[in-house]
Design a protein around this ligand. Structure first.
Ligand code: HEC
Length: 125
């Protein structure tokens, strides 16, 4: 009985730590390579831009929101979730260039070609 009292708390603590590690593991999902995602060179360029400029506020591969709404499947729906604008190349390019209320614009940072590359990547999400 004394033995059990001694071992049991240790067992509970280790199980708790294991459970925590398992949960943390779900969060740090391995980043897929461009090849695994099947990206062509233009889309891969766009992914780089996305990582530099968009990823800190928008999730690409999860339905979670960050500061902004997720962009997973952004072109698979007819309308954008917040503004209700059509999910078209033209509207999204405009948003990227000029920004929204709580999002800065990137018209000064990216060339039109870069925005096209970014859109090509967003279409793969
Ligand atoms: C500083 C955080 C931030 C960054 C960086 C950012 N966004 Fe946003 N974005 C937001 C927020 C917040 C909203 C929604 C709120 C609003 O409409 O003001 C938004 C809205 C959008 C929308 C419209 C969504 C809708 O449903 O109407 C699109 C599309 C979008 N962002 C794409 C991008 C892309 C592409 C980039 C990278 C070039 C980017 N954002 C960079 C914060 C950000």
């Amino acid at each position: 009985m004394n033995f059990f009292k001694l071992i049991f708390p240790g067992f509970v603590v280790s199980m708790a730590i294991l459970a925590l590690l398992a949960f943390a593991g779900c969060d740090v999902e391995r980043r897929k390579s461009n090849a695994e995602l099947g990206l062509n060179p233009q889309q891969a360029e766009g992914r780089k831009l996305y990582d530099d400029y968009c990823d800190r506020c928008h999730e690409a591969y999860s339905s979670r929101g960050k500061k902004g709404p997720r962009l997973q499947g952004v072109f698979k729906q007819q309308y954008l979730s917040i503004s209700g604008l059509p999910a078209s190349d033209d509207r999204v390019a405009e948003i990227v260039k000029n920004g929204r209320a709580k999002m800065e614009g990137f018209g000064q940072v990216m060339t039109d070609q870069q925005i096209q590359n970014l859109l090509a990547y967003l279409h793969t999400l």
